[in-house]
Design a protein around this ligand. Structure first.
Ligand SMILES: [Zn+2]
Length: 308
């Protein structure tokens, strides 16, 4: 589905494709095993030069209910109420895997990686807006590995390369930096870790790192967005114009992903303008400003339940 598209025309096409993607689990280019976050590979949708594609696996409303029950049960096993778990945050070790081509394409610099970690820390600390929540999550670079493999660079054999290279436990964020443009990023969810631990983490388009060449998407906030999924957030447009929506009460419902930065967009008759500045929408990096306190609480709960 065309997301983070550059034009209204593409956004319109995206809304149409969004419906078809969500309604049709079998997609021609699906190459990953069940439980993986990916649905589309680069070049298979009409979203234009940049977009995130279907960057997580689809989760139905019925499964959302099941996940909520499981989360509450897991927190109870740990002696935590949902409210007690809502403010815990966490320190996340980060392993970066640079999947460069043999000729060096995609071999991002150590400086870019340092800046990417800084962006994660600033965005999760609420550093971009006085309205933003400080989530209590911090990120520390635990290791960088570089590979020069054309197949892996193009994100082929991803289940294999992730299993061979992933490091750390459930609390470790593994970031594989690849070239799957126009896709910007793909993530796994925390509740899938137990069944698929070897592929857990996020994949990020190398040109989206700070200083990269992805116009409008090169401030490093794709990693912020994908890490949000990894910590258990849905898109702000999950469920469309429904009260359930993304199961976060302070992110107003929206009918479809945002493209660009259309201030004042209001795509649902439910209360509130679309949260176009939220990291879990699909707006430009320059438009992104915040997580909400509701999202912060959900991420802490998910981390305690599945990654603590
Ligand atoms: Zn996403």
């Amino acid at each position: 589905m065309p997301l983070r598209a550059a034009s209204a025309a593409l956004l319109s096409a995206g809304a149409l494709l969004l419906g078809s993607v969500l309604a049709a689990p079998a997609q021609a280019s699906t190459i990953e095993p069940a439980g993986d976050g990916s649905c589309l590979t680069a070049g298979t949708s009409a979203r234009g030069l940049h977009g995130r594609g279907a960057d997580t696996r689809d989760v139905s409303a019925a499964e959302q209910t099941r996940i909520t029950r499981e989360t509450t049960a897991r927190l109870a096993e740990r002696g935590l109420s949902r409210s007690a778990a809502a403010a815990t945050g966490g320190n996340v070790p980060v392993y970066v895997h640079v999947m460069a081509a043999k000729n060096g394409a995609g071999n991002v610099t150590a400086s870019q990686i340092t800046r990417q970690i800084a962006v994660l820390n600033n965005t999760y600390a609420g550093g971009e807006s006085t309205a933003a929540a400080n989530t209590g999550f911090t990120f520390t670079l635990a290791g960088t590995n570089r590979f020069f493999n054309d197949t892996w660079h193009k994100d082929r054999q991803s289940a294999t390369y992730r299993a061979q290279t992933r490091r750390g436990g459930a609390n470790a964020l593994n970031i594989w930096i690849v070239d799957f443009a126009p896709t910007l990023g793909i993530a796994t969810f925390p509740w899938d870790y137990a069944n698929n631990p070897t592929i857990d983490g996020i994949r990020v388009q190398y040109s989206s790192l700070p200083g990269g060449s992805a116009t409008n998407f090169n401030l490093g906030k794709t990693a912020t967005h994908e890490a949000g999924h990894w910590l258990g957030l849905y898109h702000t447009f999950q469920g469309g114009c429904t009260t359930r929506n993304d199961q976060v009460s302070d992110t107003p419902a929206q009918s479809s992903p945002t493209s660009g930065c259309p201030v004042g967009r209001d795509s649902c008759s439910l209360p509130g303008l679309d949260p176009i500045r939220n990291y879990m929408d699909y707006s430009f990096d320059t438009c992104y400003r915040m997580f909400t306190s509701g999202q912060s609480a959900r991420m802490s709960q998910m981390f305690a339940a599945y990654r603590g």
